[in-house]
Design a protein around this ligand. Structure first.
Ligand SMILES: [Zn+2]
Length: 159
């Protein structure tokens, strides 16, 4: 089988950032897949599943309720390597286009003070596996170290 596109990125040169992973056009409508990379691959500890799970619940809820992006949000979910998330939006975007939305999203998570939405046995398959304090810490770090003053190196995959 051929190597798929996301395995051709040089992960040893990838830094935390916001990247366009791919664009697909099933039925003529463009869908942009974003790589929201939160830790530096193969360099620092990855995120634990509990905090990723919490970020997933909060982000999916925030994005699907967003006045502008709610009906364009197709998917938000974790990478298996636990270094980041994928976001799929309906539409043709560049990475810089969603930086304001990501600032809104991760600031919302960083300041979240309530019960995590969907964290109940009825709504989720593993609802006890949550870590809100760590999710907030990681979200705040992503805002401060990546989103606040983002550079091309954090927006475009290494050659
Ligand atoms: Zn869940």
């Amino acid at each position: 089988m051929e190597k798929i596109t996301s395995f051709t990125i040089d992960h040893t040169r990838l830094v935390p950032g916001v990247y366009v992973s791919r664009k697909d056009s099933p039925g003529g409508q463009t869908i942009t897949t974003f790589d929201l990379r939160m830790t530096r691959p193969n360099y620092e500890p990855v995120m634990n599943t509990a905090e990723m799970h919490t970020i997933e619940h909060l982000a999916a809820t925030f994005l699907r309720n967003h006045p502008e992006y709610g009906n364009r949000t197709l998917y938000f979910g974790p990478m298996g390597c636990r270094t980041g998330f994928y976001l799929l939006l309906s539409g043709d975007y560049e990475s810089r286009d969603i930086v304001p939305l990501m600032k809104e999203l991760f600031s919302f998570i960083a300041g979240f003070e309530n019960t995590v939405p969907g964290a109940s046995a009825k709504d989720c398959g593993n609802y006890l596996d949550m870590n809100l304090p760590m999710a907030k810490h990681l979200a705040a770090r992503y805002v401060e170290e990546v989103l606040a003053d983002i550079t091309d190196r954090q927006l475009i995959y290494p050659e």
